[in-house]
Ligand binder design. Structure first.
Ligand code: HT9
Ligand code: FE2
Length: 347
């Protein structure tokens, strides 16, 4: 269990408000400079207020960190864990300062996003570049994206199989992920690569096969931005209407785009899409995200050990399922570029 040369693990996440007064400032942080209409912000703020102004995401990350800490201890791994968010306290900058103060020199970092896209990958690396300013002594090494790691796919396979075992014959499996602008999808993985959509199609296929789903589709949720800008479709609510119209009576919703049950899952799916399903008389069951599933926690350890071996010049086995290769350790320069202006990033 050799984690050298790493001396810390940094968990990098989105962040969310934990008090009603923090909802709007949080939303302003998220959308700074990106032209999300004011009405959309207020509307999304209402989603948070429906849950007491508190996003589940920070607590979910605390639970994940506790689980990783315990897993490390159980496997004789002595690696401190830090945590920083892009959009809310605890911020990445604070985590970087803390690591510098504690003498950390070579941190491996894991992002709580499994797929390639500007929002899920490059934007985190841009924000880490800013958070890293003046702290050159703290090295940062990204652990690879894990959409096709068994520790990410297996929890979905298990949960989907369990849900189907309880569901009536003819149940349709709806794989769902966060919509993004079609231009952002096209740039994901490199110009014209569409890695975001391809990676989700692969995970949907793997989970459908693994769980024995007889019918399924891949759809999107949480669209925002200007209505004039095309985003990935269909929206889950439209899909539910089409399915009901074609005679489907029951759906199992599998949120393959999400690592934990954060706001998109509990509002956009469990509140909004569930209401649409109810209106249509559709039986609706939503399966769990990986969260702190033992396979997911073990994956984090596996990714740390894998990359540590790479850094030591060894050629480790890379755990992967399906037909796509493991994502590269270091993204190509032109990977997931923001269409506006490429900003500096950490590797
Ligand atoms: C691909 C993707 C992921 C998955 C990868 C990952 O996990 O990173 C993700 C996660 C999340 N998105 C989150 C929240 C928000 N995302 C927004 C806006 C946007 N997301 C986008 C994409 C993604 N987002 C995009 C293209 C936008 C619009 C423009 C922009 O801003 O780039 C907005 C602004 C309001 C709105 O427009 O909806 C909010 C509040 C939360 C926190 C939830 C909580 O609090 O529990 C999480 C985990
Ligand atoms: Fe988002």
């Amino acid at each position: 269990m050799d984690v050298s040369p790493f001396d810390a693990l940094l968990l990098v996440s989105f962040g969310g408000p934990e008090h009603p007064d923090h909802v709007l400032p949080f939303l302003e942080n998220v959308t700074a400079g990106r032209g999300i209409p004011r009405e959309r912000l207020e509307q999304v703020g209402e989603h948070y207020h429906l849950f007491g102004g508190r996003s589940p995401i920070n607590d979910l990350n605390r639970e994940l960190i506790d689980a990783i800490r315990k897993d490390f201890a159980d496997h004789g791994i002595d690696l401190p864990i830090y945590w920083g968010n892009r959009n809310w306290d605890p911020y990445l900058r604070d985590a970087m300062r803390q690591m510098a103060n504690d003498g950390v020199r070579n941190a491996a970092y894991l992002v709580t996003s499994a797929y390639s896209s500007y929002s899920g990958c490059r934007q985190y690396r841009e924000d880490l570049f800013d958070a890293h300013a003046g702290l050159d002594e703290v090295g940062l090494t990204r652990l690879r994206l894990y959409f096709n790691h068994p520790g990410f796919v297996t929890p979905f396979v298990e949960a989907t199989a369990a849900a189907l075992a309880e569901a009536p014959a003819g149940t349709h499996v709806v794989f769902v992920t966060h919509s993004i602008p079609t231009a952002m999808d096209a740039a994901s993985g490199g110009p014209g690569v569409h890695a975001y959509r391809q990676q989700h199609e692969e995970v949907a296929r793997l989970v459908a096969e693994g769980a024995g789903a007889l019918r399924s589709s891949l759809v999107y949720c949480s669209r925002s931005g200007s209505p004039h800008v095309p985003w990935l479709e269909p929206d889950i609510n439209d899909e539910l209407r089409d399915l009901a119209a074609s005679g489907v009576r029951s759906v199992v919703v599998v949120p393959i785009g999400f690592v934990s049950d954060h706001m998109e899952v509990i509002y956009d799916l469990d509140t909004e899409a569930a209401a649409t399903a109810k209106e249509l008389g559709l039986r609706y069951d939503r399966v769990d995200t990986p969260g702190t599933h033992p396979a997911f926690v073990e994956m984090v350890r596996g990714l740390v050990l894998e990359r540590a071996a790479v850094e030591r010049g060894e050629g480790p086995l890379r755990s992967v399922v399906g037909e796509m290769p493991p994502n590269p350790d270091v993204c190509p320069m032109d990977c997931c570029v923001n269409l506006r202006a490429p900003l500096p990033t950490v590797p």
